[in-house]
Structures are given as C-alpha cells and as structure tokens.
Design a protein around this ligand. Structure first.
Ligand code: FAD
Ligand code: NAD
Length: 478
C-alpha cells in the first residue's frame, strides 16, 4: 500500500511551500514534491521566486542601485569617489548566497513543521494517487487532497532560441558574468524593465523591443507617463510597436560572439547587433508531465489548470494555486491562495480578495499599485474622484534626493470608498501597504486623510493625496 498523506503539494514555490507549512500547522500530514534543481546542481526549494525570480532579481537590483547612486547621486550630497567600480562576479556571488540562505531556510521550516519533502517530478494519476519520478525510479503516494502549485515557465518566441549564454531568459539574465556593452531585451514588461535597470545601471546600453503601442499598458496612464519619462532619462531606448522576427548568434570581426536581431517596425525590416539578448515576453503555466490521462484535471484553452473561485480543479479534492492558474503571476498571490486552500481543506474559512492584490515593479522610481486604474473605472462607467500629490513637495523625498514621482488615489465619487491607489516614487513598494489595508477594510479616502502620518516621511504623500481627493491638500494648490 502506498504512503498516505492528508495533503500532497506538487511544487515548492511560494504557493506550494507556504501551503505545505500552513497544512502542517493545521495538523495535516503533508508531503511537498518539488523538482527544482538549483544553480549548484542540488535540489532547491522555493521555486521560481526564490531561485530565479523575486529574490535574486531584487538582490541584483539593490547592488546595481547602490552603484548607480554612487556614480550619479552622491555628488549632490558632497560625497565623491575616485573611479567607482563594480565587480560583477562579487555581485552575482552575493545574490547566489542570498538565494541559498532562503532556499535552505525553507528546508529548515519544513523540518520544524514536520512537512515531508520529496525531490521528484509529481504526476497526478487520479483517485488521490501521485506518481513520484526520480530519474529511473518511480513510487506512488496517495493524498486525501492534492494541491497543484507547479508555477510557470517563460514563453518563447519563434526563431529566437534561448541558450542562456548569449540569448537568455530570466534565469540567464541573473547570471551574466560581465556587463554586456549592449543589451537587447524583447518585452518591456516587468522582467524586461527590472533587468534593464540592473544592467543599464552597470553601464550596458539598453534597447528594448516592445510589441505593444504603449508602455506599461496595465499601469495607470499617469504613472506610466512618469515612468516613461524617467526611463528615458536613464537612457533606456524603448521601441514600441516593434516586432522581433528572429535572432541568431554571429561572430564579429574580432571573433567574439554577438546576437543579431532582425526586427520589424512600421512595416520595415532591420537588423541590430547586441552582446546579449534577453527574452522576457511573459510566462505560461507549467504542466509538463503533471497530468496523467484520465486524472480528471482539465486545462483551460490558455494551458492553465482550470479552477473555480475556490481554487478547486475539475477533479475532486484536487486544488490548484499560483502561477499555474488564472490571475496575476505574483508570489504573494500564490502564497495567499495556498493558505486559503489549506484552510478550506481543514474545514475553515479561506479568504482571498483578488481586488486587493498589490503589484510592485522594482525599477527606479519604483511603481506600486492596488485596485482599479482610472482607465478601468472610466471603461466600467464608475463615477470617481481623484487626488494626487507629487513627491517633489515632500520634504523627506527631497532630503533623500528622490523627488521624482507621485501618489494618485481614486475614490468612489459618492461613497468615497478607495477604489485604486497608484504610486511611483521612492519606496513605493512599502508605501502601497497602507492603501491595501484601507481597501481591504473597504475604507475611504477620508479614512486615509484622517490618519496621522509621521513627519517627515514619504508616507505624507499618501496622506496629502488622500486630502487632495476632496481638494483639502495643504502643501499643494488643490
Ligand atoms: P513557482 O515559484 O514557479 O514554483 C513552482 C515549483 O514547482 C518549481 O520549483 C517547479 O520546479 C516545481 N514543479 C513544476 N512542475 C512540477 C512537477 N510536476 N512536480 C514537481 N515539481 C514541479 N513576483 C512577485 O510577487 N514579486 C516579484 O518581485 C517578482 N519578481 C520576479 C522576477 C522574475 C525574474 C520572475 C521570473 C518572476 C518574478 N515574480 C515576482 C513572479 C513569482 O516568481 C511567481 O509569481 C511565483 O514564483 C509563483 O509561485 P508558484 O508557487 O505558483 O510557482
Ligand atoms: P510581462 O507580461 O510583464 O511582459 C511581457 C511584455 O512582452 C509585454 O509588454 C508584451 O507586450 C511584450 N511582448 C510579448 N511578446 C512580444 C514580442 N514577440 N515582441 C515584443 N514584445 C513582446 O512578462 P514578463 O516581463 O516576462 O514577466 C512575467 C511575469 O512575471 C509578470 O507578468 C509578473 O507576473 C511576474 N513578475 C513580477 C515581478 C514583480 O512583481 N516585480 C517581476 C518580474 C516578473
């Protein structure tokens, strides 16, 4: 008879490992199956987020930000350096250490919470059976409940073959050994812009090819406009309505490898040569080897695991969460879905409000938002009012030499309920939290306006924007 568990989680990313820990906390016997192999060739928990996503990208963003500030901003403070340098190997090594610390940390948490881990490919067989494949060896385990949390993998595009040396995806972009003189990027989305920030700050000339006719289409237009202006100042050459047709590796006159990109803009074809090319055109749900014929779990026409609002799949007692199902591909969304599902399995109430999932893009300035954009509200015919405030009028932002950006709040015209918050500026990633809390409590712009905000802090921009919703801001003409 196969080993029995209350819960088998397939996938050890922020969806899966968080679900497994909470399941064990609730007293459920839990197995987490994951097949990720880390950079050192050993099994590593944490999925995309910890190994090749959120954490390593933020480590590189921070190193490169410090370097850029040294070069361009510290002189305003009267601080000067002779010939500031960055050692890319040390920067990558620091990132690898952080990744190892956190992936190892999950193994420790599993042990402490008595979650059993298996390094294997998990396949859902039906009737609670999960086949575990480790090389040639297979075993079968059985779960009263199965949670699929297999995440996502990058999309590829025709005629552009990733080798993760010259033509890289997110994984390769985090391991470039020396700053490319000229970096081409396909896709001005979240990964494209964050990686453009890293390598641009280290000195790469950046060219981004973007198929859409506007930058950051999902972001509130006022915020996207400021972002576009700031990226231009950072010399990111973002080419909209430009379609990459092919990329190939060539040798230049010195015998060095380069990437030749063929693209089309305004009906004309052209080629351009780069030292490296990053492909960042979105991600797709991962289901390779996951579903045995007849297991009852169905996919949508987009290849995602089909789920209802409760994260139940089409098979009984099989649930799915995170990047492999509908909704935004964000680590915190995956984790919250995991917790909600496990609470439901345990007979408790599992809650997740998709209207209050915050987004952050860690460029400089950072962008963060929650809820509806002004465009969405217009399209939905909702009557709204807007309040905004620039960081240029916030003492702390100016003292920090980071006056760029603004806070924009949108509230229901009649009830004043906060419907959306959009921030571009220093520490936007942290400032968005109080707007999320306000929205989660169905609070109003007036609630934010009546809360005492410490002075001098960046959060005063949120306060003033809330006051400005009813034209009561103090430090700007309403
Ligand atoms: P994943 O993290 O992808 O984990 C899935 C795991 O399941 C993997 O380990 C995979 O190997 C394993 N697996 C797959 N199939 C099987 C199988 N059949 N059997 C066993 N194991 C299997 N999000 C944020 O919120 N903030 C950020 O700053 C951020 N930055 C990012 C930066 C980059 C470069 C990238 C690529 C992504 C970033 N994301 C960020 C997105 C975030 O990483 C994902 O939303 C998140 O990891 C999804 O979690 P998950 O648990 O659903 O899947
Ligand atoms: P994305 O969806 O954010 O952006 C992809 C971009 O590529 C889009 O602008 C799209 O128009 C463009 N594109 C698609 N096909 C193209 C083509 N053939 N030629 C030119 N442009 C093309 O995807 P991503 O940047 O790959 O990131 C994937 C996901 O990972 C994100 O959507 C996000 O959910 C997650 N992520 C989150 C963070 C964060 O939270 N800070 C950071 C990185 C990644």
């Amino acid at each position: 008879m196969s080993e029995q568990y209350d819960v088998i989680v397939i996938g050890g990313g922020p969806g899966g490992y968080v679900a497994a820990i909470r399941a064990a906390q609730l007293g459920l016997s839990t197995l987490c199956v994951d097949n990720f192999i880390g950079k050192d060739g050993k099994p590593a928990l944490g999925g995309t987020c910890l190994n090749v996503g959120c954490i390593p990208s933020k480590a590189l963003l921070d190193s490169s930000k410090n370097f850029a500030h040294m070069q361009h901003d510290y002189k305003n403070h009267g601080i000067s350096f002779d010939n500031a340098k960055i050692d890319v190997g040390t920067m990558i090594g620091r990132k690898d250490k952080i990744v190892k610390q956190f992936t190892g940390g999950i193994a420790g948490l599993f042990k402490a919470n008595k979650v059993k881990a298996a390094h294997a490919l998990g396949t859902v067989m039906g009737n609670g059976d999960v086949k575990l494949t480790q090389g040639e060896k297979t075993t079968t385990v059985n779960g009263k409940n199965i949670i699929i949390a297999t995440g996502s993998v990058p999309f590829s595009i025709p005629n552009v073959d990733i080798d993760n040396k010259m033509i890289v995806d997110n994984e390769g972009a985090l391991n470039i050994k020396e700053t490319p003189k000229k970096l081409g990027i396909i896709g001005a989305g979240v990964i494209g812009l964050e990686m453009a920030s890293v390598w641009g700050r280290l000195g790469s000339e950046i060219v981004i090819f973007e198929a859409m006719d506007s930058l950051l289409a999902a972001v509130d237009k006022d915020i996207a406009k400021v972002a576009g202006r700031e990226f231009k100042k950072q010399k990111m050459d973002i080419r909209l309505k430009t379609f990459v047709k092919a990329a190939k590796i060539i040798s230049n006159s010195k015998g060095d490898d380069q990437v030749e990109v063929t693209y089309e803009k305004n009906g004309e074809q052209a080629t351009e040569t780069f030292d490296k090319l990053l492909v960042a055109v979105g991600r797709k749900a991962q289901s390779d080897g996951l579903l045995a014929d007849g297991c009852g779990v169905e996919l949508t026409d987009r290849g995602q695991i089909q789920v209802n609002d409760m994260c139940q799949t089409t098979a009984q007692n099989v649930w799915a969460i995170g990047d492999c199902v509908r909704g935004p591909m964000l680590a915190h969304k995956a984790s919250e879905e995991g917790i909600a599902v496990v609470e439901r399995i345990a007979g408790n109430h599992g809650h997740i409000d998709f209207n209050t999932v915050p987004w952050v893009i860690y460029t400089e300035p950072e962008m963060a938002w929650v809820g509806k954009t002004e465009q969405q509200l217009k399209d939905e015919g909702v009557d709204y009012k807007v309040g905004s405030f620039p960081f240029a009028a916030i003492g702390r932002a100016v003292a920090m030499n980071q006056p760029e950006g603004m806070v924009k709040l949108i509230a229901d015209k009649e009830t004043d309920t906060l419907l959306g918050a959009h921030i571009i500026g220093a520490n936007a990633s942290e400032l968005i939290a109080e707007c999320v809390v306000t929205m989660e409590f169905q609070g109003c712009a007036e609630d934010l306006a009546m809360i005492i905000h410490a002075h001098p802090t960046l959060s005063e921009a949120v306060h003033e924007a809330a006051l400005n919703v009813d034209k009561k801001a103090i430090h700007k003409v309403n």
